[in-house]
Design a protein around this ligand. Structure first.
Ligand SMILES: [Zn+2]
Ligand SMILES: [Zn+2]
Ligand SMILES: [Zn+2]
Length: 451
């Protein structure tokens, strides 16, 4: 066991596990919303879509009025100020001058977007471990990182920008890259992915579950390295294992393949055990009429009260009770069709259609996500905004319209309040503002409006 593991957070104890290397268990009861672990990033790499829109070091957004300045050496890294540029320079200088020709090379250009991101992540990793003055924090992170188990698949050395490193570093590159693919977190702000990053202690401690009791959020502050915080989503009892999701649990059909090929394990959570008993998932109907009927049947099964209320939220995951005629909803294409229809309808102003399909999305979420999962809270916020837009769009000149308006208002308040309950557990994430502020604004709007 690595020496850096002496510094386990107070809430966590490492125990032996029957199949995994170890498991992190709660040292005592942990209440919902508690920070179980807080760690700075070892390396981060911005998504190409965020390049020039966020600082390459602290990931703060240029949208908040912060002017980003481009690195004169490579013209492809942007910084929010001299502080970040200086903090990054120790490693960035290793490849700055060679980056433009590397990124223009045929080898780099023929990679897919996610492989290009990996090539840059590897570039950052090499530069980081070969920078001249590694801090204590960095030395510990590196020793924890090297203590992680290598991923199942690691062939030849992956592509990275050429740079001069000493022989010692060269020898460890293979060992380094064997661990980067399976220990690479998606960094999000307001639940939208902005970067990838490596957080060795979090990788070392927490196993995966598709019904996790904890999840990662990220703190993005100008001039500071990104921090990861592992948050308890519900009460975790003493000695209970603390698990986080390595991949989105909504990837019901593909997640087992991802576990096998990227991480080298097979998941035996209650959700996966249930899916495994099904064998092949029966096909979805083709006709719109049959699909609409399936949507209604699913709504009735997951939301027996007819609309979202406190009781539906308490239901938690209902997957194991799913009747056979609803198995087709487990296809990933079913959820993506619904979420596309939801955003299209709300965007086009068809609020009633959006609220109906949004209810079906919610039903799917109840099947696939655990209690207080932030995606459920974000969806409820969108539902609340849609219901509020429907209120505004309703004319108020007869009794029927007035009745419709007050019932929409009631729905908007319920969705907002339930969203708020979930998002307050998860807490503020990423950039400042975000869903919690939106919820506060919406609360004022909804309570100013009289029934
Ligand atoms: Zn910055
Ligand atoms: Zn540069
Ligand atoms: Zn699972």
């Amino acid at each position: 066991m690595s020496s850096s593991l002496d510094e386990l957070p107070a809430h966590v104890r490492l125990e032996t596990h029957s199949t995994a290397r170890s498991k992190a268990v709660a040292a005592s009861n942990i209440s919902p919303g508690s920070v179980v672990l807080e760690v700075p990033s070892m390396v981060v790499v911005l998504l190409s879509s965020d390049k020039g829109h966020r600082c390459d070091f602290c990931l703060c957004s240029g949208a908040s009025g912060i002017k980003l300045a481009r690195c004169a050496g490579c013209a492809s890294y942007w910084y929010c100020g001299s502080q970040c540029q200086t903090l990054h320079w120790g490693s960035h200088k290793k490849f700055c001058k060679r980056l433009a020709s590397f990124m223009a090379s045929a080898d780099f250009q023929c990679l897919e977007a996610h492989e290009q991101l990996d090539a840059l992540l590897h570039t950052h990793l090499i530069a980081e471990i070969s920078s001249n003055a590694p801090s204590d924090v960095r030395a510990k992170q590196l020793s924890t990182f090297m203590s992680l188990l290598p991923g199942p698949q690691h062939g030849p050395l992956p592509l990275a920008c050429p740079m001069s490193v000493d022989v010692g570093v060269h020898q460890s590159l293979e060992a380094l890259f064997a661990r980067s693919g399976n220990n690479n977190f998606v960094i999000h702000s307001h639940l939208t992915t902005v970067a990838h990053g490596i957080f060795p202690l979090a990788s070392r401690l927490f196993n995966h579950s598709c019904l996790p009791n904890a999840a990662a959020r990220y703190v993005i502050r100008r001039g500071q390295p990104v921090r990861m915080e592992i948050i308890a989503l519900r009460e975790i009892k003493a000695m209970e294992e603390i698990c986080i999701p390595y991949v989105d649990p909504a990837l019901i059909e593909s997640r087992q393949q991802i576990f096998k090929f990227t991480y080298g394990f097979s998941c035996t959570c209650p959700s996966c055990n249930f899916i495994n008993t099904l064998g092949a998932i029966p096909s979805l109907p083709v006709s719109e009429v049959a699909l609409a009927k399936l949507d209604k049947t699913l709504q009735t099964f997951c939301i027996p009260s007819g609309d979202i209320d406190n009781r539906t939220l308490l239901a938690g995951s209902t997957l194991p009770e799913l009747p056979e005629n609803l198995y087709p909803v487990l296809h990933e294409s079913y959820l993506s069709r619904l979420t596309d229809a939801f955003s299209k309808s709300s965007h086009e102003g068809s609020y009633h259609a959006a609220l109906d399909v949004g209810l079906t999305v919610f039903a799917v979420y109840l099947l696939i996500y655990p209690e207080n999962y932030p995606q459920i809270g974000m969806h409820l916020l969108e539902m609340a905004k849609t219901a509020w837009n429907a209120v505004i769009a309703t004319d108020h000149d007869d009794a029927r319209a007035s009745f419709a308006k007050s019932s929409l208002l009631k729905r908007a308040r319920t969705y907002r309040d339930l969203s708020s309950k979930i998002m307050e557990v998860f807490g503020p994430e990423g950039d400042t503002a975000g869903p919690l502020e939106e919820l506060a604004v919406l609360k004022n709007l909804l309570h100013e409006e009289l029934d």
